[in-house]
Design a protein around this ligand. Structure first.
Ligand SMILES: *Cc1c(COP(=O)(O)O)cnc(C)c1O
Ligand code: SF4
Length: 402
């Protein structure tokens, strides 16, 4: 049952929840997760959120007390809140949406493994997470107990990898692999470490953001044990907003760095949450301070109920364009679109290149710093002149004026 509490009741409920949770104990954080309709005790809900919670077509709704504590109980536009609490948009299935827009199932030779690129695979280790993100692209997996990966499923996946020597890089994702029991994660890393052609393992986890205390000493020891000459372990996480860059998150990242794990960020571009230039710039500046490098900025996928989060494609291009020149390159993500129908990822960037003027062998560029047009020369005798889009005489004259 949804309740309708006053602000003081909401604040008191939060107070009680936070004090009964053993704050830095990941088990206690998970046990005290707030689920589904219980969210109404911790927020002053809008009508849209009430509909969202009651009718969401993405089944699971849940947050850790830690992540809840970053959210605003009374402001429905709070970015953290928007990632936790469903709205009415989430109850609507648009015709252009699909539970599996990337056709990962079609590209899955064995249960839980997607082999799209020759040298790398995506392995689903489990279907649980610390927080169920409203914008999750894996909604069809993380919300369903039919998707549970048994030990035997993982064994078949390892056999497949063993039998395909071209596979060098295994992305372990889910769900969230850090929501596995320590010994299960250890077994997965050990198996991957023992396959001679697998050189790279990437752990895709949002725990540094949603439950940083999960990066325990024991987990770090396990990772360190298998992060060796045979296998290089990376972590890709997902910070979407500067409010997520807390002291606790930073400490978790530093623990990973200490065991030799390089941490990258894969943000998702989300309408009303981080779809403006300054928020995204601040986020990536804070990430660099936490020693997290930018990797991707994803355009949200066309999963059911995603309409509330999608921005025009141009937004991502404009944001990344704005960042160029204002932050070091290691803080600028690639704006990525994972093509529907199993086309894989492509990057889309700002167009700094304006074209080629063959008569003087000159290229024209737009500068991110001066905002003016700058020129440079193609080498004499180049055999690539036909590669470039040509600038007409008329356009060239115009460019020279500016
Ligand atoms: C994203 C993805 C990968 C990894 O892609 P990178 O561009 O190397 O990060 C691998 N396999 C599948 C199916 C993916 O969706
Ligand atoms: S942690 Fe990742 S897999 Fe889990 S709900 Fe969030 S986005 Fe989805």
């Amino acid at each position: 049952m949804l309740v309708q509490n006053s602000l003081s009741e909401v604040l008191q409920a939060r107070e009680e929840l936070f004090s009964k949770t053993k704050w830095t104990d990941p088990t206690s954080q998970l046990q005290n997760r707030v689920k589904g309709e219980e969210l109404s005790r911790y927020f002053l809900l809008t009508d849209s959120e009430r509909i969202g919670i009651e009718e969401t077509i993405r089944l699971l709704v849940s947050t850790t007390p830690y992540y809840l504590s970053l959210s605003d109980p009374s402001d429905p536009n709070c970015p953290i809140r928007r990632m936790i609490v469903p709205t009415a948009d989430e109850a609507v299935f648009s015709l252009e949406e699909s539970p599996d827009p990337l056709e990962e199932e079609r590209l899955s030779p064995v249960r839980g493994l997607t082999h799209m690129y020759p040298n790398r695979v995506l392995l689903f280790s489990n279907h649980s997470c610390s927080v169920y993100c409203r914008h999750c692209m894996r909604g069809r997996k993380v919300s369903s107990s039919d998707e549970r990966m048994e030990k035997s499923d993982l064994e078949s996946a390892f056999d497949y990898i063993k039998n395909h020597p071209q596979i060098e890089d295994v992305v372990v994702s889910g769900g969230d692999p850090l929501n596995l029991a320590d010994n299960r994660l250890e077994w997965i890393l050990k198996e991957l470490n023992e396959i001679p052609h697998v050189k790279i393992c990437r752990l895709g986890t949002r725990n540094p953001v949603t439950l940083p205390f999960r990066i325990t000493e024991n987990i770090c020891n396990i990772i360190e044990k298998y992060n060796d000459d045979n296998l290089s372990i990376f972590c890709n996480t997902q910070f979407n907003h500067p409010k997520e860059c807390t002291k606790e998150a930073k400490e978790a990242i530093l623990r990973l760095l200490k065991v030799g794990v390089s941490v990258g960020n894969q943000a998702v571009l989300l309408k009303g949450i981080n779809d403006d230039e300054e928020t995204m710039l601040t986020l990536h500046k804070k990430l660099l301070e936490m020693r997290v490098r930018a990797y991707y900025l994803y355009d949200p996928e066309l999963i059911p109920g995603s309409r509330g989060f999608r921005t025009p494609l141009a937004r991502g291009i404009e944001i990344v364009e704005y960042m160029r020149g204002k932050i070091g390159g290691m803080g600028i993500p690639h704006f990525v679109n994972d093509l529907p129908g199993g086309g894989g990822k492509i990057t889309i960037g700002a167009n700094w290149y304006l074209g080629y003027f063959p008569k003087t062998r000159q290229h024209a560029f737009r500068s991110a710093v001066t905002k003016k047009i700058h020129f440079s020369f193609e080498p004499i005798g180049s055999d690539k002149e036909s590669y470039y889009p040509t600038i007409s005489e008329e356009e060239w004259e115009r460019m020279k004026q500016t």
